[in-house]
Design a protein around this ligand. Structure first.
Ligand code: OXD
Ligand code: MN
Length: 585
């Protein structure tokens, strides 16, 4: 036992009585303990050691074939009242769910060890930090949590006798997909995850705590837990300005978080710094600005498509002390995935562990295969990454994948209009996702699967926060995915996105004019820098155009979506929608 905190000790004992592990191991975060667990994982096959020369300190892990992604259909918010979970979450009465889970957890760790992981989201002792204890029967979870969060006994010191920690119970149990549940009890600060071994379901500090539970804490305590990257943009004068960005999956969020400026910009002295790639916790500071930290300590990134061209910083981050899940395992103890390069390996094993021939046409890596890498490995990690006070946010960008409607960028008129812009976020499905190509999925603030309470109450919380932030960031919407009539992308994306972020930040500092349009402020064509790009002012004009007919149809879609939220929909958002419709008519 590494703590005498009776709330922790009693809870660990209670859960051990339920799950019946053979023994309990208290994790202290030391490298020696983690190494002996890795060795144990190698011996049982739970982990595979990778080539220490190519990938020092790296390990390989496979999750079960039926267990390779988050399971939104089996994710629950079990608050007291159903109406507080809202129409976008699954809900069950807490007593009923506790009873159901008890049956599933009963004896689930027999013959196994229960590990007790003390971890911090945020730098221990920071005013932003929140603590958690995760109990798990998986060594993969222990070594992953040691990358993704700050694991160690200083968490016990920071907690003292306090009950103020998030309880997380994870058991792989039988990996039975029919009994798989990812459940949140916000009123009890408790998360229960069972019958899964996939990172997004079992690394409880991430989506479960830092978004679903933390969004409830933020509502109650006056801050925001958001599915956002945090990027520092340094201009040639050496000033660093920070932007947060929320994007649904498959919109290049990790690439934007680790953006490499275009060549001409690099020559001129522009630099970009990654503070976070997935989650931001935001609080109003004493100066009236919004301050952000990344509560995580590592990256849990999608491997396929990550290459030395698309995201060299992500690739470099994963070259040591990292975990690879469900990628191709090479004969030489290296790893590979589709989109890494054009040389698929011979004599390799696919993500299921079977011999794999690239000529078969079947991908060798699972499309959702992952790298889990320490943030400190990232070549462009921000010097402010560990700053307990966070970084001041000058702009928030929302974005989605829209072929026609949303222009390359537009800025909201004010905070409330910005909340409206976030609430109507949507992305069109690509061939890679389920559902009809082109179908629009509304994903407000990219929080659809992550908001731990009623989405309309969450919007109201955003509106209320606006009153507390006297010096608010500008809010803009970006769209890297506009296409021409043949379906070709009009904007080059990747590093060139800095040209757009630059404009948004210039707006935040009052350094550039804009023109008012029906939907918000648009850039004047000459104000988006195109130097070094093969793009004419006319083409940029096309990217910035607003098709009123399409937008009126969009308004109908928004109205229908808003209809789901009933009386809780903030009147302010309906007013914004009506204003937009009025402007377009
Ligand atoms: C993630 C996600 O894994 O958003 O970050 O699903
Ligand atoms: Mn995410």
């Amino acid at each position: 036992m590494l703590t005498e905190n009776k709330h922790i000790v009693n809870w660990v004992n209670e859960m051990a009585q339920l799950c019946c592990p053979d023994n309990i191991v208290w994790i202290d975060g030391s490298e020696s303990q983690l190494q002996s667990l890795r060795e144990e994982g190698f011996a049982t096959g739970e982990l595979i050691k990778l080539n220490d020369e190519l990938l020092p300190g790296c390990v390989y892990h496979r999750s079960a074939v039926n267990d390779v992604a988050r399971v939104e259909g089996r994710t629950y918010i079990c608050c007291e009242k159903e109406e507080d979970a809202g129409p976008t979450n699954n809900w069950m009465a807490p007593d009923e769910m506790y009873a159901k889970l008890k049956e599933i957890y009963k004896g689930s760790m027999a013959g196994r060890t229960m590990y007790v992981i003390p971890y911090s989201m945020g730098v221990v002792g920071s005013p932003f930090a929140k603590y958690g204890i995760e109990l798990t029967d998986s060594i993969y979870v222990v070594v992953s949590m040691a990358i993704m969060t700050r694991v160690g006994t200083d968490v016990y010191k920071a907690l003292g006798d306090s009950p103020d920690f998030i309880k997380g119970l994870h058991s792989k149990a039988e990996l039975d997909a029919e009994k798989r549940y990812i459940v949140h009890f916000p009123q009890d600060n408790t998360i229960m995850s069972v019958n899964s071994g996939y990172g997004g379901n079992v690394l409880l500090g991430k989506k479960c705590f830092a978004l679903r539970i933390a969004s409830c804490l933020g509502r109650d305590e006056g801050w925001l837990a958001e599915h956002m990257l945090i990027l520092g943009v340094e201009n040639p004068k050496g000033e660093v300005r920070y932007v947060c960005g929320a994007f649904p999956s498959a919109c290049g969020k990790t690439n934007l978080a680790m953006l490499i400026p275009p060549e001409g910009y690099r020559k001129d002295g522009w630099k970009c710094w990654c503070v976070g790639d997935d989650i931001a916790w935001l609080r109003p500071g004493p100066d009236g600005r919004l301050w952000a930290v990344n509560p995580e300590n590592g990256f849990f990134g999608v491997a396929p498509g990550t290459s030395s061209k698309t995201n060299p910083n992500a690739l470099a981050s994963a070259m040591k002390n990292s975990i690879f899940t469900n990628v191709v395992l090479k004969e030489d103890g290296g790893v590979w995935w589709e989109g890494m390069d054009k040389n698929p390996p011979k004599n390799a094993l696919d993500w299921k562990g079977n011999p794999w021939d690239s000529a078969s046409g079947v991908p060798g890596a699972h499309p959702n295969s992952r790298f889990t890498a320490p943030a400190k490995n990232c070549p462009c990690i921000s010097p402010e990454f560990e700053n307990p006070a966070g970084v001041p946010i000058s702009a928030i960008v929302f974005g989605g994948r829209r072929a026609k409607t949303a222009p390359l960028v537009y800025q909201s008129r004010d905070w409330d209009h910005g909340v409206f812009v976030g609430s109507i976020m949507a992305s069109e499905k690509t061939a890679a996702a389920e559902g009809k190509v082109g179908e629009t999925r509304r994903d407000p603030m990219a929080m659809l699967p992550f908001c731990g309470y009623h989405m309309a109450d969450y919007w109201q919380h955003w509106l209320d926060m606006g009153k507390k932030i006297t010096n608010p960031p500008v809010i803009a919407n970006v769209n890297w995915f506009r296409t021409d009539d043949e379906g070709h992308f009009l904007w080059p994306g990747f590093g060139d996105n800095l040209r757009v972020i630059r404009w948004v930040l210039e707006r935040a500092f009052g350094e550039v004019e804009a023109r008012e349009s029906e939907i918000g402020f648009l850039p004047n064509v000459e104000d988006i820098d195109l130097s070094g790009l093969d793009m004419s002012a006319d083409e940029l004009g096309e990217l910035l155009s607003v098709d009123k007919e399409l937008w009126l149809a969009e308004c109908e879609g928004i109205r229908e979506f808003y209809g789901k939220f009933g009386e809780k929909l903030p009147a302010k958002l309906m007013e914004e929608l009506e204003k937009l419709e009025g402007n377009l008519k």
